[in-house]
Design a protein around this ligand. Structure first.
Ligand code: BG6
Length: 369
């Protein structure tokens, strides 16, 4: 049932091209326009939405953070991301023009379910991004956008994460198309580019030998930091979460711009730091800014493990290791940059002799608050 792989997680990492491709399937008509037939909210209600709140936990919440950048850019609707258990017991400003997007692989996470029920009580429109047909959260929501990652068995989420991000892109492009505006015409071309991503993930999965080797030599590491900016920031958080969950190593993800406001004090000789570098065509010179972050931490002795796109030579002088990912548009990069971090955590866990699929103290779906 593990399809020849040693663990479910390894199998699921390798299924990621399919998870993305299947989630994209059947969402557009012949002209490339998005048609979300399964959405049970009227176009009129969708057009009236003036605020989006994403509610989720764990990895799904990081997919929500990626969604914020993409949806705000394409659809020009403000997006907040709330941890479901925090949303439920705060006093959120939500009304009938708020779209509450829950993200959950299992569809059974109690914290997320309670947040959705709360949103319903407040009169919001609720939509569930979910991987499990017939589960509770989609049933409690006004609408559902299914991810088609297939069953995910390993406790630590991998392919569901990529499928969740893909579904959120689809939602953002759909809203852009519906509302008109500057980016409405981009929907078709972004959907077109998304179709190329599965092949790029396959290509990337074929280049993981060095990442595995790096992980094997780091079995004694006590702390790893992750830096990213823009959509690379949630990827940094997810890289850190994977390492905590799977290898029981202290790990933290930071926004690279925040480095100088505190975390740089953590850098001393030999401290491993992963840096997710935005592609050089990212607006606002973010690429240059992150490259100078690498330079700063390297000067303080950090061991820099740099994730950069093919052809980005600017990182080379400051990198102890360069892990290459295929190029794509800046907003779509998380679908690629997270993959080496998943493989890294898996290998490190294996090198430590741990149970990859069933890490201690964790459950695949937490059905208590
Ligand atoms: C946690 C799992 O308990 O729940 C995480 O260990 C997962 O891997 C999180 O991301 C949310 O789960 P779900 O099913 O709501 O996406």
């Amino acid at each position: 049932e593990k399809g020849g792989y040693a663990t479910f997680m390894e199998k699921e990492i390798n299924e990621q091209p399919h998870a993305v491709a299947d989630t994209l399937l059947g969402r557009t008509d012949e002209s490339g326009r998005l048609v979300l037939d399964e959405l049970r909210i009227s176009e009129e209600q969708m057009r009236a939405v003036d605020k989006i709140v994403v509610v989720a936990c764990g990895t799904a919440a990081y997919a929500g953070m990626v969604a914020k950048y993409a949806i705000e850019h394409w659809a020009r609707i403000p997006v907040e991301v709330a941890l479901a258990h925090e949303f439920r017991y705060a006093d959120p400003v939500v009304d009938e023009r708020t779209l509450v997007v829950s993200i959950s692989q299992s569809g059974e996470t109690m914290d997320t379910l309670m947040a959705v029920k709360h949103a319903n009580d407040l009169g919001a429109l609720t939509i569930s991004v979910c991987n499990t047909h017939g589960s509770t959260i989609p049933r409690e929501s006004d609408a559902v956008l299914y991810t088609h990652a297939g069953p995910e068995i390993a406790v630590a989420s991998t392919k569901a994460f990529l499928a969740q991000i893909t579904a959120c892109y689809i939602l953002g492009l759909y809203l852009a198309q519906l509302r008109g505006g500057t980016y409405a015409d981009d929907a078709a071309s972004v959907m077109h580019e998304l179709q190329d991503i599965p092949a790029k993930i396959s290509d990337l999965l074929g280049r993981m030998d060095r990442v595995k080797e790096i992980a094997r030599f780091m079995a004694d590491t006590r702390s790893v930091l992750f830096l990213g900016r823009n959509v690379g920031f949630p990827v940094a958080m997810e890289g850190a979460l994977k390492l905590k969950e799977l290898a029981y190593i202290h790990a933290e993800g930071f926004a690279a711009g925040e480095l100088k406001h505190g975390p740089i004090a953590l850098i001393d000789a030999g401290q491993p730091v992963f840096i997710i570098v935005p592609s050089p065509d990212t607006p606002h010179e973010l690429h240059k800014k992150v490259v100078s972050n690498i330079q700063e931490i390297r000067a303080r002795g950090a061991r820099t493990l740099v994730i950069a796109v093919d052809g980005d030579e600017d990182v080379v002088p400051f990198a102890d290791e360069v892990i290459r990912v295929p190029k794509c548009s800046p907003l779509l990069q998380p679908l690629l940059t997270v993959v080496p971090l998943q493989v890294f955590a898996l290998q490190l866990s294996t090198a430590k002799g741990l149970d990859v699929d069933q890490p201690r103290n964790l459950a695949k779906s937490v059905t208590v608050e």
